[in-house]
Design a binder for this molecule. Structure first.
Ligand code: MG
Length: 427
């Protein structure tokens, strides 16, 4: 108990760079100038999250003691009777992270100190080497190694097909808006068999598998063992091909293979585990404990890859991480450029504290974004560093944020990628 009361809860929507579409929650208290910030960024449905925060959580929270984080989390979680899901959990995350921020400011300690102190000085991050050609991916990977990175994710476009995560940019793929790009290579526009799929392109699993394996061969033989390699399947393989792919890439000793299978097919991870030792990471679209708990408990994955906001913030993330630690599973929180700097600051607090940290996905923010969010974690020599300030150590310039409202035209959905016969493929 403290003498503080929550006096207001607001959602701040800002899109300083195309596609960023941040949602940040500000929880204000009865002590003038004492407030907390949290990330509730769900860029595909931000207005639904805003309504969940301001129309439902705000009246539920006003008058409560911000010190009672666990009680507020538990009571808010069941306040809708039906619970979990990306909308409600993102809203709850914004509040939860803001309450940790407030508690840290009151204590005069960064959150990682409040929850037990540092297990490491900084969080290792992975960079994205993504391009339309294997040569360019290799050049990027070498560039990152020279910058000091120890972890690089490699993605290449499949010639003639739509491919997840491969852009055709020059030099390092340090796109500040979004990290990796979703689609680059499209089917031949002159070929009208693909007319229905012109916006997002045609995807076929076997050509993808061959191009990805060829890339891994090339990169591993070029860079040797100087760097850990990561690859993201983005849940695009049919189940038995996924097992086959995991077996075939075992030779390249990846740090992990990401999202080999979608949440509804997690039963197949047992089949994968029986047949190879390729490390598995999954969880960026998980939002319900039912999804990740069986995988941790069964020791079927190696890295929990949730982002904090769709699972409800720092409070549940600590519990997932503690369970994972006891089962020999590490973390690799998702952190692309559509996670706000407040969300990355929250990731970093947990990354620094837990003993079973694996790696953190990096987001490279533009100067414009960093001006709006003073105190954002910095990335240097392949690591993300905290400024050691109380709470999350980050602030928001609301006046500046207000200059960049969400673009109503963009976002809201993924363009559908399709198979050659027109069947929808997962994003
Ligand atoms: Mg991913």
């Amino acid at each position: 108990m403290s003498n503080l009361k929550i006096t207001d809860v607001r959602a701040i929507l800002t899109e300083p760079e195309p596609g960023s579409r941040f949602t940040v929650v500000k929880v204000e208290t009865s002590e003038p100038g004492l407030y907390g910030l949290g990330c509730a960024s769900l860029r595909t449905r931000p207005l639904a999250v805003k309504a969940a925060i301001e129309d439902y959580l705000r009246p539920f929270l006003i008058g409560k003691d911000p010190a009672d984080i666990e009680d507020i989390w538990q009571s808010a979680y069941v306040s809708s009777y039906w619970r979990s899901g990306p909308i409600l959990n993102n809203a709850l995350s914004g509040v939860d992270e803001a309450l940790w921020d407030i508690k840290g400011k009151v204590a005069g300690m960064p959150v990682y100190d409040l929850i037990g102190g540092k297990a490491r000085e900084a969080a290792a991050v992975y960079a994205h080497a993504s391009a339309s050609t294997p040569e360019e991916v290799e050049n990027q990977a070498w560039g990152f190694i020279e910058e000091g990175y120890h972890y690089v994710r490699i993605q290449v476009a499949t010639p003639g097909f739509a491919t997840y995560g491969a852009s055709g940019g020059e030099g390092h793929n340090r796109d500040p808006q979004d990290g990796p790009k979703w689609i680059t290579t499209k089917a031949d526009p002159a070929d009208d068999r693909f007319a229905y799929a012109q916006r997002a392109g045609v995807y076929e699993p076997k050509p993808y598998m061959r191009s990805a394996i060829a890339l891994m061969e090339r990169i591993r033989s070029s860079v040797g063992w100087k760097v850990e390699l990561i690859h993201d399947v983005h849940e695009r393989l049919p189940t038995i091909l996924a097992v086959d792919f995991a077996k075939e890439v075992e030779a390249f000793k990846l740090f992990y293979l990401e999202d080999l299978l979608p949440p509804h097919e997690i039963g197949w991870y047992e089949r994968v585990r029986e047949q190879c030792a390729t490390p598995m990471a999954i969880g960026e679209i998980f939002n319900n404990p039912l999804e990740v708990v069986p995988l941790i408990y069964g020791r079927l994955i190696d890295f929990v890859r949730t982002r904090l906001s769709p699972i409800g913030g720092i409070t549940p993330a600590r519990k997932y991480a503690a369970m994972a630690e006891l089962m020999g599973v590490r973390t690799a929180f998702q952190g692309p450029g559509n996670v706000s700097p407040v969300g990355q600051a929250a990731h970093l607090q947990v990354d620094l504290n837990i003993s079973n940290f694996g790696v953190q996905e990096e987001a490279i923010y533009s100067e414009k974004i960093l001006e709006i969010f003073p105190g954002a974690p910095t990335i240097r020599d392949g690591f993300m560093w905290s400024n050691g300030q109380p709470g999350l150590g980050i602030d928001i310039n609301e006046e500046l944020a207000a200059k960049y409202p969400h673009n109503e035209q963009g976002g809201g959905h993924f363009d559908n990628v399709r198979r050659a016969d027109g069947t929808v493929v997962r994003p």
